[in-house]
Design a protein around this ligand. Structure first.
Ligand code: ADP
Ligand code: CA
Length: 423
């Protein structure tokens, strides 16, 4: 009997089930390098995990790399895949050193840095807003030449932390100072070694937001699903809703696909799976916001592609990283319906005592899964600061209209309750 394929999964939080369940479905064994905030016990319990390999990727990358090489020498495995944004460069490097499927280290560095992405999009003649890179908080005047409104954001951020819309020149200095402060407190060490900590100011792209999930195999890109995120006008950009497939005219979808495929080529992304965020300027012209070389949303974008696109995204991603051709390269996908994700808003922030309404939601037949990533007692900071999503609800529907109505229902029934401030 042929051996089951084995893959080293780096930094995938074990309480987020999609990749683990996909490995189980696809008959793939996982060696899990737990994320820093995970426990070895929880990691060992996750589906398809046959081995836990602790790696201190954040603290000592060289030692982590040596440990991966040593594990590979003992018994080779067939692939390595990143389970979160921060480890993408590490995984690219390990893949190259072991001769496994992966993206180049250069491409990995590009997608970790919004400045590089912007520059390469420009050079490739693709859509990109006017932008300015600030090297320090006092450089804010350099952005005054941009067309307002603008968006101030960390060069290597995530989850809209420190992302602020500024409508006129009077507000710029203060917003840059605020973003800079958040970069200093939360993003030190999160960015690429060269040029970490920078701040970007770019022209505001007016139009609804969408996301595209893609697979790339031997340089061929397939956009598997386009999801609708809707109008997010700021000043802070807390994401609450996604629905797939996005209800868009065929020519707009074709333009989105062309833009996303071209961006992969511009960034040099040749293998794996990606999460691309775009704005549809004027409702029609796609302009890329950013791309990540991983499954989006900590893995939950798998749900939107699986239900809304008919492609088992997480299993296909594992296959690509094992050097195998994705099944959807030879089989036409059959979408199962309309998928939705709802992220319960943080609101005012504070110390969580409960998320009210979740029990009833769990019982709802339209709901596939409720994930609570932060429990009672945890402290959540409100936007533009950010520290976690209180809960995520994944559901499926027979139409986009029903999915939209369900979103409104969730918005009116789910609330984070915070402990009262005590002095
Ligand atoms: P992050 O890595 O924090 O997610 P993004 O660049 O994706 O950073 O920005 C977060 C959100 O801020 C986006 O999803 C979008 O809603 C908004 N945003 C960022 N840049 C722009 C822009 N130039 N125009 C309009 N909205 C923007
Ligand atoms: Ca983003």
């Amino acid at each position: 009997m042929p051996q089951r394929p084995k893959l080293l999964l780096v930094g995938q939080l074990s309480t987020l089930p999609w990749v683990f369940e996909a490995a189980e479905r696809a008959g793939i064994d996982l060696i899990l390098a737990p994320r820093g905030d995970d426990t070895p016990e929880a990691a060992a319990r996750a589906a398809a995990v046959v081995e836990v390999l602790p790696l201190d990727v954040d603290g000592d990358q060289e030692a982590a790399l040596a440990a991966v090489a040593e594990r590979y020498r003992r018994e080779p495995f067939g692939g390595i895949m990143a389970g979160n944004e921060k480890v993408v460069p590490f995984v690219a490097r390990a893949a190259r050193e072991l001769g496994l499927t992966g993206i180049s280290e250069q491409a990995a560095a590009v997608v970790r840095d919004k400045r590089s992405m912007r520059r390469l999009l420009r050079e490739a003649g693709l859509g990109a807003p006017g932008f300015t890179v600030l090297e320090g908080p006092d450089d804010w005047t350099e952005a005054l030449t941009l067309r307002f409104p603008v968006v101030v954001k960390p060069a290597s951020g995530f989850s809209s932390l420190g992302v602020i819309r500024v409508d006129d020149k009077d507000g710029l200095q203060e917003a840059v100072a605020r973003t800079w402060e958040l970069v200093e407190t939360h993003l030190r060490g999160a960015g690429p070694a060269a040029g970490e900590g920078g701040v970007l100011v770019e022209e505001y792209l007016d139009g609804p937001e969408i996301s595209a999930e893609s697979l790339v195999h031997h340089g061929t890109v397939r956009v598997c699903a386009v999801s609708w995120k809707g109008e997010l006008t700021g000043p802070y950009f807390e994401e609450t809703t996604l629905r797939a497939p996005a209800q868009l005219p065929a020519e707009v979808l074709a333009a989105v696909e062309a833009e996303v495929v071209a961006a992969h080529h511009a960034f040099g992304l040749t293998e794996g799976t990606t999460h691309t965020e775009l704005r549809l300027v004027g409702g029609v012209r796609p302009v890329l916001l950013e791309m990540g070389a991983r499954i989006g949303g900590g893995g939950f974008m798998h749900h939107l592609v699986d239900v809304g696109g008919g492609i088992d995204l997480a299993a296909e991603a594992l296959r690509v990283h094992l050097g195998l051709e994705p099944l959807c390269w030879s089989e036409e996908p059959v979408p199962a319906g309309h998928a939705a994700a709802y992220l319960v808003p943080v609101g005012t922030g504070g110390r969580i005592s409960a998320v009210r309404g979740l029990d009833a939601v769990r019982e709802d037949p339209r709901v596939d899964l409720v994930v609570q990533t932060v429990g009672p007692g945890a402290v959540l900071r409100p936007y533009p600061d950010w520290s976690g999503y209180p809960a995520i609800v994944l559901s499926r529907h027979t139409s986009d209209a029903e999915a939209a109505a369900f979103r409104d229902h969730l918005a009116s029934t789910l609330h984070v309750v915070y402990e009262e401030e005590r002095s």
